[in-house]
Design a protein around this ligand. Sequence first.
Ligand code: GLU
Length: 422
Amino acid sequence: MSNCSSGAAQANPFAIAQAQLDKAAAKIGLDPSVHAVLREPMRELHVSLPVRMDDGTVRVFKGFRVQYNDARGPNKGGIRFHPDETIDTVRALAAWMTWKCAVVDIPLGGGKGGVVCNPKEMSEAELERLSRAYIDQVGRILGPEKDIPAPDVYTTPQIMAWMMDEYCKITGYHAPGVITGKPLAVGGSEGRGDATARGGAYTVREAAKHLGIDLTKSTCAIQGFGNAGQYAALLFSSLLGCKIVAVSDTKGGIYDASGLDPQKVVEHKQATGSVVGFPGARQISNEELLELEVDVLVPAALEGVITEHNAPNIKAKIICELANGPTTPEADEILYQRGVFVIPDFLANAGGVTVSYFEWVQNLMNYYWEEEEVHAKLDKKMTKAFADVLSASLEHKVDMRTAAYIVAIQRVAEAMKLRGWV
Ligand code: GLU
């Protein structure tokens, strides 16, 4: 197992998601009926996916799709391909999608999918067959008005294109709105590629304004160098003026106190498969990266990496959680007591689903926007969401995560009540 995910095995992510909900529910005296509905997923599908491998044998992969709550609109959320995927991880991620869509106030519910597989050990053709097999089994509960997947850990725009194609073949009509995060040529949106990191940058800008921090004099460390981490390195530097001093991936981290050139590190990763070995930088571990003396820390890998063991040693002033679920509840408590300002995952990383929403809207209209329009609309959504959460945090005297829950669950609860579910 990689360093990036070393904490993931220690706690059940769905138990964590429920504990976070319970904490916020207690704070606002949430109606027990509403609370009971919000603690469980509405629906889940478990599938076995037979896939012909390149050597001619058939392997059967386990897949899931969880539809958590669709009171505010069709379910929305990515599909992960990961060797350690479990139904409880997918449940937690589906719950977080529900709160994420509500906190940025887009008319969508929450869902998530997963396949237990290791894409790093599969050929392109095997991945295509697996992607199509997933839709063959799960496609019956998907649809532009039902449930709309997107990319997540180890799934790509190409995989979204295959999945969209398979869905269209099954249904017999053109339905690009069944999935988002597609390449531009098949109905993707301008601005979707870097949307998660860009949205996170907007929240850090707002946090710094609130805390009185000058970001142009700040340093930043990023754990994880996939889609979110790479764009975070580029955009936190170019949009916010942060000096990126450390980044890491599953193979390890690199540190340079005088600042790394994010574009060159991206090129190094593309050429060699890792950030490790970047010329002029000192090699560090993922654990060391989290405890560096920096202003802004960005966990952008997997869940469960900030725990009660390392939270006391974290020196960052702001943590921007681009990963889903990087911080355990015990760590949350410690960070709050120590005055670390945490921008919680489903607020910090909501830029991805927000531009997915824009992509879906454009697909349904069959009319496409320019990149500047997408950026401006994303900025507006993220800035408003940050302000709503900050004001709930000040009003209820709670940490930003509990405040984000309060904002989100009140919105979902209102929709459930109006629909007569509770
Ligand atoms: N997988 C991303 C997330 O966790 C994006 C989901 C989407 O665009 O639907 O937010």
